[in-house]
Ligand binder design. Structure first.
Ligand code: NAD
Ligand code: UDP
Ligand code: UDP
Length: 317
């Protein structure tokens, strides 16, 4: 869709070559905006955005957001940060730097440009939650010195920076807290549960359940999530968040494995491995605020989302 120049926005997407970022770039290009995708390709992949490279409203810049960035845009989606435990624990110092130094740089950029800025926060700010389902006013239960802390505390500090730049410097901020999201273009080897199970099922390998497999997560299909992010960016100025974005239907990992086996027609068996340290026992978003404020709720049930995701992984495995 081509847009009148006057209603066309110049949008920066950091982490734009990653899983969520590439879907967001695609959506924004589809809506007629100009997109500047910035990525250091730590976990991103050029193949996620190859189809956008030929587009005259799409531009790609290799850059690490822990360093300053001087560009001219109207809106910033700050998605840069490795998201899977394997990747964010690979270089934990860099993970914290990406959330903290990266956010400071992107907030400095937003301040100079008077641009709106959205931070991809996470349900991990709730840690291993003692309140269930999680509402935005729950402060969380997070280990500050464990293997997941570089991600959880980095994201918590990023939220602090966003709210302080808002209060102190009047930067217009949007802070969605994203719960487990899945779909095409998840990294084959990122170790997240949906991609792991599908890849294992398609290869006929055992499906690895960590712990007893009774821990729960609530999985949101990528298209629903991207719609939530765009709605949040487009919301009134006084809507800062935090707002939970996720699918409130909760599954145990055993149930997920069974659904993946059914969806792939695989003969894979279940196998059990130790539960990683600080692995949250349960997680489900309370999305009342997203419904009230953004008029948003997810529409794609797990079965339909898994079908599309399995179809994607069949092309790459
Ligand atoms: P991803 O790993 O596919 O994407 C992250 C992208 O950021 C990659 O392209 C990576 O190369 C890039 N990146 C990492 N460090 C960078 C840096 N210093 N400078 C520039 N680019 C950098 O992960 P994703 O699932 O697409 O997650 C995107 C964002 O959403 C992350 O901030 C993540 O924390 C957040 N999030 C995702 C989920 C989920 O379930 N997918 C849940 C909660 C929050
Ligand atoms: N920054 C940036 N791009 C800009 C403006 C600022 O990357 O267009 C960086 C800048 O290098 C600084 C950070 O953002 O390190 C925070 O900027 P701010 O103006 O808040 O702080 P100051 O420059 O006063 O330390
Ligand atoms: N998990 C699992 N087998 C795997 C990968 C993950 O049982 O092969 C479990 C993991 O222990 C966690 C849940 O699935 O309880 C979700 O893990 P993921 O890394 O996808 O997300 P997060 O823990 O960050 O929510």
């Amino acid at each position: 869709m081509a847009r009148q120049y006057s209603s066309r926005k110049r949008v920066l997407v950091t982490g734009g070559a990653g899983f969520l970022g590439s879907h967001l770039c695609e959506r924004l290009i589809g809506e007629g905006h100009e997109v500047l995708c910035v990525d250091n390709f730590f976990t991103g992949d050029k193949r996620n955005i190859t189809h956008l490279l030929k587009h005259d409203r799409f531009e790609l810049l290799r850059h690490d957001i822990t360093f300053p960035l001087f560009v001219e845009v109207d809106e910033i989606y700050n998605l840069a940060c490795p998201a899977s435990p394997i990747h964010y624990q690979h270089d934990p110092v860099q993970t914290t730097k990406t959330s903290v130094h990266g956010s400071i740089n992107m907030l400095g950029l937003a301040k100079r440009l008077k641009a709106k800025i959205l931070q991809a926060s996470t349900s991990e700010v709730y840690g291993d939650p003692s309140v269930h389902p999680q509402t935005e006013d729950y402060w969380g239960h997070v280990n500050p010195i464990g293997p997941r802390s570089c991600y959880d505390e980095g994201k918590r500090c990023a939220e602090t920076l966003f709210f302080d730049y808002h209060r102190q410097l009047r930067v217009s901020i949007k802070v969605p807290r994203i719960f487990n999201t899945y779909g095409p273009r998840m990294h084959v080897a990122d170790g997240r549960v949906v991609s792991n199970f599908i890849v294992q099922a398609l290869r006929g390998e055992p499906i690895t359940l960590y712990g007893d497999g009774q821990q729960t997560r609530s999985f949101c299909y990528v298209d629903d999530l991207i719609d939530g992010l765009v709605r949040m960016m487009d919301s009134a100025d006084d809507v800062t968040g935090p707002i939970n974005l996720g699918n409130p239907t909760e599954f145990s990992m055993v149930e997920l494995a069974e659904r993946v086996i059914a969806g792939t027609g695989s003969k894979s068996q279940l196998t059990y491995a130790p539960l990683p340290e600080d692995d949250p026992r349960q997680r489900r978003p309370d999305i009342s605020r997203a419904k009230d404020v953004l008029g948003w709720q997810p529409n794609v049930p797990l079965e339909a989302g898994l079908e599309r995701t399995i179809a994607y992984f069949k092309t790459v495995v």
